[in-house]
Write a protein that binds this ligand. Structure first.
Ligand code: URA
Length: 213
């Protein structure tokens, strides 16, 4: 997908006001039926320039296969396109101070800054089904009050959040089908959800058959 420069350039400039680095474009088929929306790229993705190519990407590929999908059949993007990093000062073995920049969740203002990009991609792709990977994507698309633990594995249908003229979110013109599930990296922190995650993608396989996608 090509993005208008006038859309990207101001965002890349404003990134400098935040702890955000790099820029990863969405990836995949130009007019796929299915769009996957994650949280934000990590260290590997800002190097490869392709979403989900690091550790969580390996997990994502496994789950796509459960639903009978390959990356070629979907469009993959995220709510923030640059890597949000934290700052941690540590002391190495030689007693030297070193600064670490671990991945972190995107903040509200960062999600707002990148909102026009996601809105643009959704408008271009016009997906028949959106898979929201994790709570951040779910809250950005539907409602801050929603949680993955309560809504995963079931289709939600309705108007989604888009950025309005006064930097507030407004409902989209058309309604979308959203399938919320866990972010692929969630199992690294909580192995207990693995069975639920697999069950979601098995259910998705059935949904895709019914919807003929
Ligand atoms: N998490 C995301 O949401 N996107 C990536 O590209 C990698 C990890």
């Amino acid at each position: 997908m090509t993005y208008p420069r006038e859309l990207i350039d101001p965002i890349i400039i404003k990134n400098k006001a935040f702890d955000l680095e790099g820029f990863v474009f969405g990836n995949g088929d130009f007019s796929p039926d299915i769009m996957l929306i994650g949280e934000a790229p990590g260290e590997v993705e800002i190097r490869t320039g392709i979403p989900f190519t690091g550790r969580s990407g390996k997990e994502l590929n496994k789950t796509l296969a459960i639903a009978g999908l390959t990356r070629n059949q979907v469009y993959i993007t995220s709510i923030v396109r640059s890597r949000p990093f934290g700052k941690k000062t540590m002391i190495d073995k030689a007693g030297q101070k070193i600064e670490k920049r671990p991945n972190r969740m995107p903040k509200k203002q960062e999600i707002l800054l990148h909102a026009p990009l996601l809105d643009y991609e959704i408008a271009q792709v016009q997906p028949k089904l959106i898979i929201a990977l994790g709570g951040c994507a779910l809250k950005r698309l539907i409602d801050n009050k929603m949680t993955i633990s309560e809504s995963h594995g079931n289709i939600w249908h309705g108007k989604i959040k888009q950025l309005g003229a006064d930097s507030n979110y407004v409902p989209s013109k058309r309604a979308y089908d959203i399938f919320p599930t866990f972010h692929p990296a969630a199992i690294f922190y909580n192995r207990k959800i693995e069975q639920n995650l697999i069950a979601d993608w098995e259910k998705l396989k059935e949904i895709l058959i019914v919807k003929a996608l």
